[in-house]
Design a protein around this ligand. Structure first.
Ligand SMILES: Nc1nc2c(c(=O)[nH]1)N[C@H]1C(S)=C(S)[C@@H](COP(=O)(O)OP(=O)(O)OC[C@H]3O[C@@H](n4cnc5c(N)ncnc54)[C@H](O)[C@@H]3O)O[C@H]1N2
Ligand code: MOO
Length: 394
């Protein structure tokens, strides 16, 4: 059994470099930029009014000024500037050359064509040309694009971007007991939940996930399923990873030429995790117990998918205080399903009494995984521990 950190390093080493593809800017939110994006213009492209009011020369601010023209957004004034004059101007309009400040209209009285500034302001209310960005400025690759990035890249006049292709993930559940949601289980059968949960986690991390038909517990069925996954960047199997007579995933993957990065790690839940490469695809063999599969999905599969897109990967633990005492830990790093509540300084973390790795209902109620290192001694309530937050849609 290797430690969790070593296992994660080996899993991340399976990531091939990101494959670049071009997408329309409108489709690029949530994607990872794969090449520098360079501004094709300067923003603002001209000195621009920040307020509705009058453009004037600061030196003239004490005098009555004659309004000799108008500059509106999209309709610049093209006349000749003269001392003692002002230009009616609106937010976003070019400030004509020869004028060096904009007085807000609330600070001005106007009679006919004559204005007077009754409340002088220190601010010139002009956004200088290039104040936001300049032609050739660039956004660096490796960035997960959010809504603000999309706005910036649109303003940079970039209708298309080079982003990392979404990793293609094939999710393969196996087990003679498994049916699809909606089917009626006979004696001894259950519904396959893991493949749906794992595909959801994969998509959350940016992958294009495909759920394969459930494989039976035979070598032929598993081989057939692996063949269907041939075009995937990552094959994620679920179940059949342990030591039972029907746990065939490792054997079949081995027969298909899998280069194993490791099998089994000092982690609870998730001990029988397997990782490696089959052909050009990375492979993760997740354990079948539903909580084990999801915890391994969060700790290993999601970071791998992020790394395949060129993102920094891994989890930074946060700190909380124990809400209850805990007994000494065993020889595996333990990820306990827990609830968080507000505390006086740090949040309080309360692990569930029952940590059965088959109980999805508890995982669904948890909002954190409390991380206890292997061999951690008994802990008192109030002691500081590490945890990983579990993401919530809301
Ligand atoms: N003698 C030992 N037995 C077990 C060990 C061990 O070290 N020695 N390890 C235990 C641990 S830890 C885990 S985790 C499980 C992992 O087992 P497998 O990966 O071989 O998974 P299965 O046996 O196929 O299934 C386990 C359990 O999960 C259910 N399952 C499987 N796939 C799905 C699915 N897609 N959706 C919902 N539920 C699923 C399956 O019905 C079983 O109940 O092994 C322990 N045993
Ligand atoms: O470690 Mo297994 O993954 O008990 O559930």
């Amino acid at each position: 059994m290797i430690p969790v950190e070593e296992a994660l390093a080996r899993v991340l080493a399976l990531a091939a470099p990101p494959r670049p593809e071009t997408v329309a800017l409108e489709q690029a939110a949530g994607r990872v930029l794969a090449a520098p994006a360079e501004a094709r213009l300067t923003q603002p492209p001209f000195d621009s009014a920040a307020m509705d009011g009058y453009a004037l020369r600061r030196a003239d601010a004490g005098c009555a000024l004659r309004v000799i023209g108008e500059s509106a957004a999209g309709h610049p004034w093209t006349g000749t500037p003269r001392p003692g004059t002002a230009i009616r101007i609106f937010t976003g309009a070019p400030v004509p050359a020869g004028y060096d400040c904009v007085a807000m209209q609330e600070n001005v009285t106007r009679e006919g064509d004559l204005i007077r500034i009754h409340t002088p302001s220190a601010n010139d209310n002009i956004r200088p040309r290039g104040g936001d960005f300049a032609l050739g400025d660039s956004v660096a690759p490796g960035r997960l694009l959010n809504a603000a990035d999309i706005g910036l890249l649109a303003a940079m006049n970039l209708p298309e971007l080079t982003v990392a292709a979404r990793p293609r993930v094939a999710v393969l559940a196996s087990g003679d007991e498994l049916l699809r949601p909606g089917e009626t289980p006979a004696e001894g059968q259950i519904i396959s939940s893991n493949d749906l949960a794992i595909a959801a986690l994969a998509r959350e991390a940016g992958a294009e996930a495909r759920i394969l038909p459930i494989a039976r517990d035979t070598e032929a069925s598993l081989r057939d399923s692996f063949a269907r996954a041939a075009d995937a960047d990552l094959i994620v199997t679920i179940g059949g990873a342990s030591v039972g007579d029907h746990d065939l995933v490792g054997k079949v993957a081995g027969d298909l030429g899998m280069e194993r990065a490791f099998y089994k790690l000092a982690m609870r839940p998730g001990k029988p995790l397997m990782a490696g490469k089959i052909g050009n695809a990375a492979m993760l063999g997740l354990p079948g117990n539903p909580v084990s599969a999801i915890v391994c999905g969060i700790l290993f599969m999601q970071p791998l998918i992020r790394r395949m897109q060129g993102l920094e990967a891994g989890h930074t633990p946060l700190r909380a205080r124990l809400a209850r005492p805990l007994p000494p830990e065993g020889d595996r790093q333990h990820y306990l399903r827990a609830r968080l509540q507000p505390g006086p300084d740090l949040p309080l973390i309360d692990p569930f009494e029952d940590q059965d790795s088959a109980r999805l209902s508890l995982l669904a109620r948890a909002d954190a995984l409390l991380v206890r290192p292997a061999g951690d001694p008994a802990r008192d309530a109030g002691q500081i521990v590490d945890y990983l937050p579990l993401t919530r849609a809301h």
